[in-house]
Write a protein that binds this ligand. Structure first.
Ligand code: 5MM
Length: 340
């Protein structure tokens, strides 16, 4: 393991004014996104859509530090034959890859999942490295509901995340460690806080046992928010304050950066809350983004599968990338959204 190299890549992934584009939707998820905009999901439409994102020169160069790809995408070529990975590299961005095989039902834990993909992972990492990946991603999913999450679910997922992260570092790939506490449901903000704290503590304990070097990871957590169906919603300021409070309790300062997931927040909400955290300031790690939906909802809508809409989709993507880049510096203003 070359820790200096891992640390260099991790720092590049959370470079000031930049963040990560999560474009690693698996087949089922991208189909759902395309269905919502009336586009059939085929090899070609998926390629065309992702190519338009990666060819958004200004967005990619100025505000996207890295891109998380899906297995299909890391092997795909643009319409002119250039590998999509090359487009990302040419923009000065770092290619990465989702290596988990998805969340599957956890035995004896109804309603809960365990993320799978450890079998054969060492060999897959070697292949992804040869295809150009510099970092990886593994997402654990923790749902909140009556009687859940269970200790088994939290512990099993934390253990799997740690085993994945150790394998990545052995192969000189930076692991994005993503324990996502879902915001579905009607639980309040305090319940999200309590569960997130439990999950983060478990994850960092397992990372320690697995000998993972924290200087060579990027953490991708949820923010502390009330469930979508909770009657009591709260201000961006409160979300920012509580999210920082929990993360300071759990995340050692050796971690170079925290790149949040958006998790179903609207795109402007995800930006406003990241900005609010950076405006508070004083955190020992960089606070950035690794958004999927919050970066892509607008370009997907603008594109709608039509070649004539590519420029409009790229403009929409560039706008969201810039807004989040500013939020990662605490320099975003709501009026900038209206102006656009
Ligand atoms: C882009 O969405 C990712 C892939 O999801 P599936 O494996 O279900 O297809 C997802 O892992 C994503 O990287 C994170 O959940 C963050 O995305 P959001 O949309 O929550 O910012």
């Amino acid at each position: 393991m070359d820790l200096a190299e891992l640390n260099k890549v991790a720092n590049a992934m959370v470079a000031p004014g930049k963040g990560i584009l999560a474009a690693d939707e698996s087949g089922g998820t991208i189909q759902k996104r395309f269905t919502a905009i009336g586009v059939e999901s085929t090899d070609y439409t998926r390629r065309d859509y992702r190519e338009l994102l990666f060819r958004s020169a200004k967005a990619m160069t100025d505000h996207i530090s890295g891109v998380i790809l899906f297995d299909e995408t890391i092997r795909q070529k643009a319409a002119d034959g250039t590998p999509l990975v090359k487009l990302i590299e040419q923009a000065g961005s770092v290619p990465g890859i989702k290596v988990d095989k998805g969340a599957k039902p956890l035995a004896f834990c109804p309603g809960e999942t365990i993320t799978e993909g450890l079998d054969g992972l060492r060999e897959r990492l070697v292949e992804y490295r040869n295809l150009g990946a510099k970092f990886c991603k593994w997402r654990a999913v923790i749902d909140i509901g009556p009687g859940i999450p269970s200790y088994d679910c939290v512990h099993s997922n934390a253990h799997a995340l740690a085993r994945y992260a150790a394998l990545c570092q052995e192969e000189n790939l930076v692991p994005i460690v993503e324990p996502e506490v879902l915001m579905d449901g009607d639980h309040d903000m305090d319940r999200c806080l309590e569960v997130t704290e439990f999950v983060q503590k478990a994850v960092f304990q397992e990372l320690y046992y697995a000998k993972v070097k924290l200087e060579g990871i990027v953490l991708k957590p949820n923010m502390i928010v009330p469930g979508k169906k909770c009657a009591k919603q709260v201000s961006d300021a409160e979300i920012a304050e509580k999210t920082l409070r929990v993360l300071k309790e759990c995340v050692p300062p050796a971690v170079p950066g925290i790149a949040f997931l958006s998790g179903g927040q609207s795109d402007v909400e995800a930006t406003a809350r990241l900005d609010a955290m950076n405006k508070i300031g004083g955190a020992p790690w960089k606070l950035s983004f690794s958004y999927g939906r919050a970066l892509q909802a607008a370009p997907q809508k603008a594109w709608g599968g039509k070649t004539g809409n590519v420029a409009a989709a790229q403009d929409a993507f560039a706008h969201r990338a810039r807004m989040n880049g500013l939020a990662s510096l605490g320099q975003w203003q709501r009026e900038m959204e209206k102006a656009a």
